[in-house]
Ligand binder design. Structure first.
Ligand code: NAP
Ligand code: HSE
Length: 422
């Protein structure tokens, strides 16, 4: 190659550092400028040329030498304004910013299209797994109508360690932060926001209809108790934070993130630690699962660098880069509210050990058209209370919520409700 492609990096944290270290292996790429928040911060990067650093991201966005900008700071602002300015200044964009794509994707992709520039974002969903490129290219001939996925490494790491090693939630969260998996504010991970951002964009490109982030039902993992994990195990399940999406023939979409009891016979039950996996069901391909490391410095860098190289390969040879990779979906899907869905449920009920308590639960469920697949009371505590574990057959969400109210009015406490994979 005669001319070096000039790249600017904005953000030199976990992901930015991995990208810089990886790009050093490519002779045809030159890093021209790197923006950070604090240029005096010590950084664990051997041979870092500090003269490249700036604390003004617009020096990257507006630099006339730069062809491609990698935005790796995260969040909405200033990332959005910086990316738009870079596009106005003629740069193609690579980003790992799932929050920005989920909340402002429509605006951003339209803006990029108006300026004939691309925004690639392989790293934003499921870290190192090649996912967006395959969906947009080799799977483009499919109609995919179902997604079931583990897309948050931090929560999968926490759930796996709690389940397999009996580790405490706080200790494992700290470990996930030290390993660079967690977001700057880990609430985004543990409360399911990060997974919701990812499934919003993933479902948008998969279903080819834009999914509104505000209509995605979301629950995190903070209410999962050790006894739920034990009970799930005893019943043949693992508890995972699942991001899912379904779309029907009329374009009605059910997209959500919540913990789920996944059968130990299912692939997703065996996706552990920081590994992510995405199962897509469609026609003609059938059912495929893509899996790999979902977070961390180098897996994420792999995807960012892949996107940069994809743009590099086209620069100069066409004015209209990677048309299949565009993400401009103007049609919005009609979103189904969780209250209108049907699910199987796991309930853990704390009840007084009175005669007939199990019968009462069964009656309330039957009166609400909920059939029970199993009901187990294991042991009675010294205070004469008991934990009763219920698994239902498929029932309507509104009926289930009504039954819970009636069970609680009767003096029992529903400690956990977790939906079960169907
Ligand atoms: P991080 O470790 O917190 O790094 C953020 C970087 O951005 C830091 O270098 C920070 O500078 C810089 N920065 C923040 N505000 C800035 C500003 N206004 N101008 C210039 N630089 C600024 O975050 P990260 O984990 O690398 O994540 C970056 C992005 O990748 C996020 O969108 C995240 O969601 C996404 N992502 C992360 C992972 C992962 O495994 N960590 C995986 C996939 C996607 P200082 O260093 O000076 O503080
Ligand atoms: N915090 C995210 C996770 C980083 O744990 O999956 C990767 O997107």
């Amino acid at each position: 190659m005669d001319k070096k492609i000039k790249v600017g990096i904005i953000g030199l944290g976990t992901v930015g550092s991995g990208v810089l270290k990886t790009l050093k292996n490519f002779d045809n790429i030159e890093i021209v400028k790197i923006a950070v928040r604090d240029i005096n911060k010590p950084r664990d990067i051997v041979g870092l040329d500090k003269s490249l650093l700036t604390d003004n991201a617009y020096e990257v966005a507006e630099n006339p030498e730069i062809d491609i900008v990698a935005e790796l700071i995260g969040g909405i602002e200033p990332a959005l304004s910086i990316i738009k300015r870079a596009i106005e200044c003629g740069k193609h964009i690579v980003t790992a910013n799932k929050e920005l794509l989920a909340k402002r994707g429509e605006e951003l992709f339209t803006f990029a299209e108006q300026h004939n520039k691309v925004i690639l974002y392989e790293a934003a969903i499921a870290g190192g797994i090649p996912l967006i490129m395959p969906i947009k290219t080799i799977l483009a001939g499919n109609k995919i109508n179902k997604i079931e996925a583990i897309v948050n490494g931090t929560t999968n790491y926490i759930l796996t360690k709690m389940d397999m090693q009996g580790a405490s939630y706080d200790d494992v969260l700290k470990e996930a932060q030290e390993l660079g998996y967690a977001e700057a504010d880990p609430t985004g991970d543990v409360e399911g926001f990060d997974a919701a951002y990812k499934i919003a964009t993933l479902a948008t490109i998969t279903f080819r209809k834009r999914i509104r982030i505000e209509n995605i039902y979301r629950e995190g993992i903070t209410k999962i108790r050790a006894q739920d994990m034990k009970a799930a195990n005893d019943l043949g399940y693992k508890i995972k934070l699942i991001a899912s999406g379904k779309i029907d023939e009329d374009g009605n979409a059910d997209v959500r993130v919540h913990p789920m009891l996944v059968s130990k016979k299912a692939t997703l039950a065996h996706i552990d630690y920081v590994t992510n996996a995405v199962t897509l069901t469609g026609s003609p391909v059938g059912c495929i699962t893509l899996s790999g490391p979902g977070a961390g410095e180098f897996p994420t860098a792999s995807s960012v660098v892949g996107d940069i190289l994809a743009i590099v390969s086209e620069l100069g040879s066409t004015d209209y880069i990677l048309p299949m990779m565009r993400c401009k979906h103007d049609d919005f899907a009609h979103m189904i509210d969780i209250s209108e869905t049907k699910n199987k449920y796991y309930l853990s009920i704390h009840a007084n050990n009175n005669m007939g308590v199990i019968g009462k639960i069964g009656t309330i469920c039957a009166e609400n058209n909920i059939s029970l697949a199993s009901i187990v009371q294991k042991c009675v505590s010294e205070d004469n209370t008991a934990e009763i574990t219920v698994i239902t057959e498929i029932a309507s969400e509104s009926a289930m919520q009504n039954a819970i109210k009636l069970i609680e009015n009767d003096g029992s406490k529903v400690e956990s409700l977790i939906r079960v994979q169907v």
